[in-house]
Design a protein around this ligand. Structure first.
Ligand SMILES: *[C@@H]1O[C@H](CO)[C@@H](O)[C@H](O)[C@H]1NC(C)=O
Ligand SMILES: *[C@@H]1O[C@H](CO)[C@@H](O)[C@H](O)[C@H]1NC(C)=O
Length: 255
């Protein structure tokens, strides 16, 4: 009898442990999930080739060579969040306008630019200044402006995050690109092969900077996602002979 009791209590313990293991991931889930739908308006800028959308306040430079393509958006102040929204992805659907294409199709865009605070982009307006090709997917471009529904969606990037280096001998400024999952970054650290982890400071757009002399050292980066708080480490992302103006590709990305 005693052995049966101990057997059954062991079994119960095992069952509970199994449940605890299964239940654990829901406590700290680092996978980015789509947000609920919200309302805004959409306009467009640039031409049909989207060449007018190159550059942009996030600092991604050439959007084609850096993987963002034509489907991009410049966000108004309210949505841009001082650049923390750079790299975030949105599903945008035309809503209740005779200018919407039939079937109210949606398109997915990445935030790469800022729409200055005047006109339709004046705070607190929520405005998506889409690339013309993205706008043309949801509505007749002659409408100029249409009401939309939008929601954050996961960014599906190919490969790992990329770092574009800028700055000078004393400052290293890093633009983080090709971010998957939530697409955003809230904190970033750099570690030279001869230093400890050094916290970087958020600059405008998608750039982080540090005042340190890191020349001649291989550089590792640690990043935390603003949306999910997941932290990833890109070890030796740049070799000892790294150069300003170069882009370094890694194998790690957010989920
Ligand atoms: C969209 O623009 C219209 C004016 O055309 C305005 O009345 C409405 O409040 C705007 N919607 C949002 C969500 O900003
Ligand atoms: C990424 O994939 C998910 C799931 O297939 C989809 O819902 C989402 O719209 C995609 N995001 C982009 C930016 O294409």
């Amino acid at each position: 009898m005693a052995s049966l009791t101990s057997w059954s209590s062991k079994f119960l313990l095992m069952t509970l442990t199994t449940f605890a293991i299964i239940a654990k991931p829901s406590v700290a889930d680092p996978v980015f999930r789509s947000s609920p739908w919200a309302s805004a308006n959409a306009t467009f800028y640039g031409g049909e080739t989207a060449s007018g959308t190159m550059g942009g306040a996030c600092g991604y430079g050439d959007l084609f060579s850096n993987g963002y393509g034509k489907n991009t958006v410049a966000l108004s102040t309210t949505l841009f969040k001082k650049g923390y929204a750079c790299g975030t992805c949105y599903q945008v659907q035309c809503a209740n306008s005779p200018s919407c294409h039939s079937g109210k199709p949606s398109t997915t865009v990445t935030a790469t630019n800022f729409c200055p605070p005047s006109g339709w982009c004046k705070p607190p307006r929520a405005l998506f200044d889409l690339s013309k090709p993205a706008f043309m997917k949801i509505a007749q471009w002659k409408a100029g402006i249409v009401p939309i529904k939008y929601r954050r969606v996961p960014c599906n990037r190919t490969g790992g995050v990329r770092f574009l280096f800028e700055g000078n001998k004393y400052w290293l400024s890093v633009f983080v690109m090709n971010i998957g999952g939530g697409g955003d970054v809230s904190n970033m650290w750099v570690k030279g092969s001869k230093t400890e982890w050094i916290e970087m400071k958020h600059n405008w757009g998608a750039s982080y900077q540090v005042r340190a002399q890191l020349g001649g050292q291989s550089l590792s980066f640690k990043l935390t996602s603003d949306s999910t708080k997941e932290t990833i480490i890109a070890r030796d992302a740049a070799p000892e002979n790294w150069k300003l103006g170069s882009t370094y590709k890694t194998r790690v990305n957010f989920h």
